[in-house]
Write a protein that binds this ligand. Structure first.
Ligand SMILES: Cc1ncc(COP(=O)(O)O)c(C=O)c1O
Length: 339
């Protein structure tokens, strides 16, 4: 792809050559199919359109200095997709079929995997849709698993820098015992009003409090939250947040660099005691937080005044990226090389 400016790519959709599809019909998943069409032709009464029977995933493939393509923890994405599908009564795709589809879609679109030097990656977007026609509120009897890829630029185009997030108690992204732990489209629709409002006011994201009592820190719109106090990595345990694969990986890395990990409800007041705070997720690995503004109580928690990233966030970020790009050994078995 000689005419793509690899290091300046946005996080947006760029057409690639092929996508991979698999249909669930008559109680079973069929064979993987390859398509060069970007279009789906679906029934107007499909349950994904009316009742939100849709779930998705997001993961990345990276080209190393050695020219090899590595995918990060795709088994975890496969399992989370199963959990999301189970959570909204959709058929669950076997893990090995998911992994086969990931390998296939990368190989078919190999020319779109950005070169090592660009700091960019190939974003992989699997989704499952309820296709069967229903008018009553019922699960579909047919599903489509689809996976497409698109090259995406580095999240930090002008360097690894912290940004501000805000708290607004008038909005929740998920209900207490609702779908917050699943990666389903409805949660993201529910976050759009607050997310856009935050952006209009100059914030990178909304930091949600727990939807039941608003006493604990939950997560950000598209990322988990963690804080560092002294030598402790603190991240919320909550029944309304998505189990982030990045967070799970950072927890393991934190332990290997000698930090104590606390995964537990994090009271709002504790925000005042943290040395570092950050969002974490596939998009950025770590997006450090310079300041949290509580827009309801007119209060701010400041973690960085000078645009500097805290030392632990820096260390964790560097280490995880090095494993993803193959610059450092992968003692955890997190990466799969696509031959
Ligand atoms: C709501 C939410 N929380 C957390 C994350 C981070 O999860 P992961 O690290 O698996 O990308 C994401 C993005 O995938 C998300 O959408």
């Amino acid at each position: 792809m000689e005419n793509l400016n690899w290091s300046a790519l946005p996080f947006g959709y760029i057409k690639t050559d092929y996508n991979v599809r698999c249909y669930y019909r008559n109680g079973q998943w069929g064979e993987l199919e390859v398509s060069s069409s970007e279009i789906l032709n679906i029934h107007m009464a499909a349950t994904c359109l009316h009742y939100g029977q849709e779930s998705f995933e997001g993961l990345k493939a990276f080209k190393g200095k050695d020219g090899k393509i590595r995918v990060f923890r795709m088994d975890e994405n496969a399992k989370r997709l199963q959990s999301s599908c189970g959570g909204i009564k959709m058929a669950e795709l076997p893990v090995d079929r998911f992994e086969e589809a990931v390998r296939k879609v990368i190989r078919l679109n190999e020319r779109f995997v950005p070169p090592y030097e660009s700091g960019s990656a190939l974003y992989i977007r699997p989704l499952v849709l309820g296709l069967g026609a229903q008018v009553g509120v019922k699960p579909a009897d047919e599903y489509l698993f689809l996976i497409f890829v698109t090259p995406v630029g580095p999240y930090f185009k002008t360097g690894f820098k912290p940004s501000k997030v805000c708290i607004m108690r008038a909005y929740d992204r998920a209900a207490p015992h609702g779908t917050g732990t699943y990666k389903v489209g409805g949660n993201y629709a529910a976050s759009l009003v607050a997310g856009e409002k935050a952006k209009e006011h100059g914030y990178a994201a909304v930091l949600y409090l727990d939807p039941k009592e608003k006493k604990y820190v939950d997560e950000c719109g598209p990322a988990n939250f963690f804080g560092i106090r002294g030598k402790t990595y603190i991240t919320p345990a909550s029944t309304s947040i998505l189990p982030s694969i990045t967070n799970k990986s950072l927890i393991q890395l934190a332990e290997t660099i000698g930090l104590t990990v606390e995964r537990r409800p994090v009271p709002y007041e504790e925000l005042a005691t943290l040395d570092e705070a950050a969002e974490c997720g596939t998009a950025a690995v770590i997006a450090p937080i310079s300041q949290i503004d509580d827009l309801d109580e007119n209060k701010s928690f400041v973690y960085s005044k000078d645009g500097q990233v805290g030392p632990i966030c820096n260390q964790l970020y560097t280490k995880l990226r090095a494993i993803q790009y193959g610059d450092e050994p992968d003692p955890f078995g997190w990466v799969t090389i696509i031959d």
